[in-house]
Design a protein around this ligand. Structure first.
Ligand code: NAD
Length: 439
């Protein structure tokens, strides 16, 4: 299915060993971070307060109750959300997250970042995001299927292949997308693969989607290193988060000759200065559900991972991990944001002061939505592309988006984050201007 030898995304199976719970993420509000980033870009662009408000305010939101009949007959209730931040350039596009702390503000922030991200890589989409406040590790597969189907039917009026297209995010996977697609299709009376992306190949998924976000991270890292005259084969990398994004990123970095010296997940981390055998670690993860306990490395805490002396640090877990308390410890020269919103506004300022180059989330992790777009195009055409076409088009889009962002940053003396946001926000505002205001 892929040209690489990387196995499919690891499933979020709970480890059999008695591992401690995740440390609470250092989470200054993602929405505060997103609004502060928008305000900076609006100032650079010179927009007035009406334009600013239009860009800051979600177009539509829904909050739904998601009752679940558990396997033992008990009923429990979850809160679910879907936010369409912007739909001016095309359908809303964005993932579905299952995590215990999900709330409407987190989903609003993630939806806003999706709008800018789709603008930066120039996709004909707006931005959206969904979430259910559930810890998927605590529920059986049958229970997760019922939650997914109930959530889908509750938000059905808002989603569709031309209105709002979902994809996997934290705590969800291609099986989740197959259930969403099936529920939507059964209710409409015919099969509609383009209502979701990140589906299994058997029901219209795209080759390369499972590793696209991670491949994109490595493409933009390589582009950033090239500008500095550093070959990818010369660098050391630490990756926080070993899920769909982090594990494949680590594997692709290793395949392309970089040395992955540290990784972590919510249960803890590992370090081996001689380089971690990522393929073997993936087997350990598949067998135990965690990176913890891997024999060929030393244990390491999540916070210590952030302060390691490496060339490239890839936070690929949760929001807000690089904040005013942790950012000062970073000794990497490049932070490439695999997660959405891993750096707070205060953390960003500290990294900038310390000369750390941050390749921002809205650019660095856009590979997933790029191949989601390819999947949607293939579904609409009912014509499937070969793996190499997808890989080449992804690389082209990521490196050219990096080139545009970097050139603007140099021209206007901006950080890569501000330059990326200026591009994404300007494309959105331009759609507003050209379409005009109805009525
Ligand atoms: P996932 O659920 O597959 O994996 C998350 C990983 O982070 C797991 O290894 C988990 O153990 C770890 N983790 C969770 N809490 C942690 C903590 N407090 N400290 C350290 N590690 C922790 O999720 P994913 O799809 O890999 O998403 C990770 C990030 O990337 C999220 O911010 C998501 O929004 C973003 N993202 C994902 C995609 C995608 O295609 N899946 C695309 C773009 C951005």
């Amino acid at each position: 299915m892929t040209t690489t030898s990387i196995p499919d995304s690891p499933q979020p199976t709970p480890p059999e060993t008695d591992l401690p719970d995740a440390p609470a993420p250092r989470n200054s509000s993602p929405l505060a971070t997103a609004h502060s980033q928008l305000a900076t870009a609006v100032e650079v662009l010179g927009y007035d307060s009406g334009q600013h408000q239009m860009l800051a305010t979600p177009r539509r939101e829904i909050h739904v109750a998601v009752p679940l009949r558990r396997d033992d007959g008990e009923t429990v209730l979850f809160h679910g959300f879907r936010v369409q931040h912007n739909i001016s350039r095309g359908p809303g596009k964005g993932g579905l997250r299952y995590a215990p702390g999900v709330d409407i503000d987190e989903v609003r922030a993630l939806a806003m970042w999706m709008t800018w991200k789709c603008g930066i890589v120039d996709l004909p989409y707006g931005g959206a995001k969904g979430g259910v406040a559930i810890d998927p590790r605590d529920y059986s597969t049958a229970e997760l299927e019922r939650v997914t189907r109930r959530y889908t039917s509750e938000i059905m009026p808002m989603i569709g292949p031309d209105t709002d297209v979902m994809a996997p995010d934290m705590g969800t996977d291609e099986q989740t997308m197959a259930w969403v697609m099936d529920t939507y299709s059964v209710n409409r009376g015919y099969t509609i693969p383009a209502v979701v992306t990140g589906k299994p190949l058997a029901v219209g998924g795209s080759r390369g989607r499972g590793t696209a976000t991670s491949a994109g991270i490595v493409h933009v890292t390589a582009a950033a290193l090239e500008e500095a005259g550093v070959p990818l084969t010369d660098v050391t990398v630490a990756v926080q988060g070993f899920g769909k994004v982090g594990s494949h990123a680590a594997a692709i970095f290793a395949e392309r000759g970089a040395k992955v010296v540290a990784v972590s997940d919510q249960y803890g981390g590992l370090r081996n200065d001689a380089g971690i055998d990522v393929k073997r670690l993936l087997e350990h993860l598949a067998a135990t559900g965690s990176v913890v306990g891997f024999d060929d490395a030393e244990p390491l805490s999540n916070v210590d991972l952030l302060g390691l002396e490496v060339d490239v640090l890839v936070p690929a877990a949760v929001e807000g991990v690089l904040d005013e308390q942790t950012a000062g410890r970073v000794r990497a020269r490049w932070v490439v944001e695999g997660a959405n919103g891993p750096t707070t506004t205060a953390g960003d300022a500290i990294l900038a002061r310390n000369g750390v180059t941050v390749v921002p989330d809205v650019l660095a992790n856009a590979g997933g939505v790029v191949v989601s777009y390819f999947e949607w195009v293939q579904a609409n055409q009912t014509y499937w592309w070969a793996e190499h076409e997808i890989a080449e088009r992804l690389e082209h889009r990521m490196t050219s988006a990096y080139g545009d962002v970097s050139a603007l940053a140099r021209r206007q003396d901006l950080s890569l984050r501000d330059a990326a946001l200026v591009i994404g926000i300007q494309r959105t505002a331009e759609a507003h201007r050209i379409r005009g205001l109805y009525p």
